[in-house]
Write a protein that binds this ligand. Structure first.
Ligand SMILES: *Cc1c(COP(=O)(O)O)cnc(C)c1O
Length: 381
């Protein structure tokens, strides 16, 4: 099956009792047994297994081309589960431009438990090779990154990670499996904030891991049960509804973002635009090699002061000023004071995140309305 057909059908079959075409929302905490400890298909308690969640997990695994899918109550809960497979003293190498909440989980939750984290610019192969010249248990990648849209060569860096003995994991939230499939490029684990493009409608918080290794999948399923950060059946249903249109939405996100990037690049009030689809973007060639298209996210900096940029984000009418991304509606935000405020200012600046940066999640509205909205915001700022 091809991607769009899998998006609609994978993991789902008509309900055996009624033929209902949509997967039922199995709102149940427990399952009746005929005899003590005689359990049908592993269904004994919903923290361990729930049929709506099973359908979603199988659907997400199919979309990433992996054997095992595991759903969690948020993207961060899925990262927490993966990090919980490590032991105190283990070394993790991670990229230098990560989602702010990922950094916070590493530094403030897992570092005090005895994991060590070394940060490297994974878009720089020589620096990454140096960082991986000492053994490491986990290499954590994100590409394209949030919010700078930096692009890491997954095939090249995964090979370096394996030589260092690491499990290689990639946060694929910005690309979605429609645009990029890290397992096929050599990564071992794919992580998603399903909250974003996979859900696609800004109505659910959920996370997932997809992988091929049977033993690691079994360990993660144990941690999913033992830690218990699982999504409810309603949330799983909402994502199953969302993934059915993932391929169609992503095509429009990409074409709209490309048009917005091209408009901003030419705009006299704009100093810099960060979008991997622009030929001058430093990650353009790698993105072209490993992604189907360049995605719906972009960042830019206005000429003038930081305050001008912040004022601009309050003047748009179609773009809503809000955190998060990947929904059908366009969003605008100011990462230094919003999504990335949890990263110390010096570290933000060292990673190239300017104080005036504005991030857009370009939705699937009519492109003329998006361009007109940005233009009226320039006039009003
Ligand atoms: C939002 C986000 C996360 C965290 O996911 P939650 O679902 O909010 O817990 C992780 N990585 C990236 C790139 C994100 O955008």
């Amino acid at each position: 099956m091809r991607f769009g057909t899998k998006a609609i059908h994978a993991g789902q079959r008509p309900d055996p009792t009624t033929g209902a075409i949509m997967t039922p929302i199995y709102c149940t905490s427990t399952y009746v047994q005929e005899y003590p400890a005689v359990v049908k298909d592993g269904y004994d308690y919903s923290r361990g297994k729930n049929p709506t969640r099973t359908a979603l997990q199988d659907n997400l695994a199919a979309l990433e081309g992996g054997r095992h899918g595991l759903a969690f109550s948020s993207g961060l809960a899925s990262i927490h589960a993966l990090l919980s497979t490590l032991s105190p003293g283990d070394r993790v190498v991670c990229g230098n431009d990560l989602y702010g909440g990922t950094f916070r989980l590493f530094r403030r939750v897992f570092a005090p438990y005895g994991l060590s984290f070394d940060i490297v610019d994974t878009t720089d192969l020589a620096a990454t090779e140096r960082a991986l010249s000492t053994p490491c248990r986990l290499l954590w990648l994100e590409t394209p990154t949030n919010p700078m849209l930096r692009v890491t060569d997954l095939a090249a860096v995964a090979a370096l990670g394996h030589r260092a003995g690491a499990i290689v994991a990639c946060d694929n939230t910005f690309a979605s499996p429609f645009l990029q499939q890290p397992l096929a490029l050599g990564c071992d684990v794919v992580m998603h904030s399903v909250t974003k493009y996979l859900g696609g409608h800004s109505d659910v918080v959920l996370g997932a891991l997809v992988l091929n290794d049977d033993a690691l999948a079994e360990r993660l399923a144990f941690l999913q049960l033992a830690i218990g950060a699982v999504p409810g059946p309603m949330d799983c249903f909402l994502v199953l509804r969302g993934t059915k249109t993932l391929h169609i939405r992503m095509e429009r996100h990409c074409s709209n973002a490309r048009a917005v990037a091209q408009h901003l690049v030419k705009h006299p009030r704009v100093a810099r635009v960060f979008y991997p689809g622009l030929p001058e973007h430093p990650g353009h060639a790698v993105a072209k090699k490993q992604m189907r298209d360049f995605g719906g996210m972009l960042s830019f900096v206005l000429k003038g002061s930081v305050e001008d940029g912040m004022r601009f984000t309050s003047k748009t009418r179609v773009f809503s000023l809000a955190e998060s991304l990947g929904g059908v509606e366009s969003l605008i935000e100011h990462p230094p004071s919003m999504t990335h405020a949890s990263i110390p200012a010096e570290q933000r600046r060292a990673a190239g995140l300017e104080d005036g940066l504005i991030r857009l999640s370009v939705g699937v509205e009519d492109i003329e309305d998006l361009i007109e909205d940005l233009d009226q915001a320039f006039k009003a700022t």
